[in-house]
Design a protein around this ligand. Sequence first.
Ligand SMILES: Cc1cc2nc3c(=O)[nH]c(=O)nc-3n(C[C@H](O)[C@H](O)[C@H](O)COP(=O)(O)OP(=O)(O)OC[C@H]3O[C@@H](n4cnc5c(N)ncnc54)[C@H](O)[C@@H]3O)c2cc1C
Length: 353
Amino acid sequence: MKVSAACVVEYDSIDDLYVLYGKGGQDVTISDLPKPVLHIGEGSNLLFTGDFPGTLLHSGIRFIRQVFPGSADASGLTADRESQERGASVFYEVGAGVPMDEFCAWAAAKDLWGPENLSHIPGEAGASAVQNVGAYGVEAKDIIYSVNCFDTVLCRTVSFRSEECGYGYRESLFKTDRKGRYIITSVVFRLSEFSGPVLGYGHLKSAVEAAAGQGGVTPSLVRDTIIGIRREKLPDVSELGSAGSFFKNPVVPRSAYEKVLSIARLEHGEGCNVPHFEAGSGFVKIPAAWLIEQCGWKGYSEGNAGVYSRQPLVIVNLTGNASPDEIISLENRIMASVKEKFDILLHPEVEHI
Ligand SMILES: Cc1cc2nc3c(=O)[nH]c(=O)nc-3n(C[C@H](O)[C@H](O)[C@H](O)COP(=O)(O)OP(=O)(O)OC[C@H]3O[C@@H](n4cnc5c(N)ncnc54)[C@H](O)[C@@H]3O)c2cc1C
């Protein structure tokens, strides 16, 4: 089902933001536009629950340029090559409106390591720094050096180093009570010509080795292998609408995991194991997909909405006509069944607007 917004504004530069937020001497500023104001990327992680009465902002800032460690600007980086030493890392500033996968492809083509495991994740570079996107053992925070923003409250630019961004699993400063205050204008990524692949996740190593054959492992090879795996597991959004993983993987105390294990063993026998990952200090992360599948949702469909048959973490818009209510009703029923069976509360990863 289509929804609409009262107003959509795409801007192309930081100067445009100064104008919009009232420092350009213009007559029409953000205060004149419909409220609320929401900055979006590609909208791939958003569920609009109805028409949006306010203003959607979107970044048209699109560039990729190399920058060098230094102290010439707020981010601690300068584009002045001559005045800087070059280390093992190379730094690239990417405009917030650049599709993240375009940057991943660009880096792989240049034989630079860093973002290859994040290949094929929908969305833009700016949003990747909001979401701390992650896949195949790498999170955006692992390669983000700094995030450049426009502060809509103080009407000035500000830069945060990665360690100031409060990064956690799909969490960041930009999703806290300060959400909406900072518009990300560009992200500085730290890449490397030498660091090599990160292949510790699942069967990625064997898949990459099989693809490499006698040849060497390159960023492009890792990227292509990951794209192949993702195409197997995830629906192509151009054919089947989805927001990717609908729920976060729950991080629970070990006692809650042991309870899940005993429920699973009662049902499937003593040999049954529950997939899980250590999450530090007595906590365990359980794949939400496994919990949902155990509740019988994999491949389920009703009306226009359903649960993807190859990945139960993904709720799909089967016909393209699913209403927000159909998606939300399915979401609620999945959450209720996981809670009832395993006493675990799932939290949506998708942002409801
Ligand atoms: C098929 C599919 C597969 C996916 N796979 C993965 C995956 O493997 N790993 C993963 O982590 N995610 C995955 N996702 C989720 C999604 O791709 C990410 O969350 C992505 O970062 C969203 O980018 P976007 O540009 O669409 O942002 P949107 O969905 O439009 O916005 C996301 C958030 O960022 C904010 N935002 C966007 N741009 C800016 C800006 N410039 N300044 C300030 N705030 C901003 C928005 O307000 C919103 O809060 C997947 C989604 C789909 C549909």
